[in-house]
Design a protein around this ligand. Structure first.
Ligand code: HEC
Length: 198
């Protein structure tokens, strides 16, 4: 085979150059797009934001606020515990030895509801004895962070978990305690003050 014959053979093996054919978008796709588009315009034009949503998931503003408890006072103590207390008292309520006292089997948690309500409202500084061990840390005040229902819910949660079995604390009790101590600016001074309330 000569050189030129080889070249001709190589050229014949090549594929032809590609070119764009005439393939229009199928008509039924165009029809579907047009229908969806006009339905969208119709939906936007006719929906009234003030009405409860008949389409969509039908939840109303009232349903949503009920879930967060903002209006109804139905609050989740476990959730508040996880958000506000877990860092120090730990998920198991055992605290950290020598640093954060346990809530599990604590005589304070099982004790008078009014006293732990005061502890949550104003916090503690100075030394506090829990289960025979003296702690000397700072328990933050929650009076400006949590409302009465929330304090009640988290107290009820700690009193009925971690092996504790003390009674419910309702918002009304927290409200009374908040009123009674509304002039207080400082946290409770550990055993010195709280010991007397016990
Ligand atoms: C920044 C860490 C911290 C956070 C957050 C905290 N605590 Fe405390 N808590 C303490 C310390 C420290 C003490 C002991 C105070 C002392 O040593 O004077 C204490 C004491 C207590 C006591 C009385 C003693 C006992 O162990 O029974 C209770 C009840 C309590 N905390 C509940 C709570 C609850 C409920 C929350 C969440 C709403 C919370 N604490 C958030 C650090 C914290």
């Amino acid at each position: 085979m000569t050189d030129s014959e080889k070249r001709i053979e190589a050229q014949q093996r090549e594929q032809p150059d590609p070119y764009e054919g005439n393939h229009p978008i199928p008509r039924f796709i165009l029809v579907i797009v047009a229908l969806v588009f006009s339905w969208g315009i119709y939906y936007l034009a006719t929906s009234n934001l003030k009405d409860p949503p008949e389409m969509g998931d039908s939840r109303t503003i009232a349903d949503l606020t009920a879930q967060t408890g903002a209006k109804t006072g139905v609050v989740n103590g476990a959730q508040i515990y996880a958000a506000q207390c877990v860092a120090c008292h730990q998920a198991s309520g055992t605290g950290l030895p020598g640093v954060f006292p346990p809530l599990a089997a604590s005589e304070w948690v099982a004790g008078k509801a009014s006293v732990i309500a005061q502890i949550l409202l104003h916090g503690i500084s100075g030394s506090l004895t829990v289960k025979g061990v003296v702690y000397n840390g700072q328990m933050p005040a929650f009076k400006d962070k949590l409302n009465d229902a929330e304090i009640g819910a988290v107290l009820t949660h700690i009193r009925s978990n971690f092996g504790n079995a003390a009674g419910k604390v309702d918002a009304a009790l927290v409200k009374t305690e908040r009123e009674a101590s509304k002039d207080r600016k400082q946290s409770w001074n550990g055993d010195d003050e709280l010991g007397k309330l016990k």
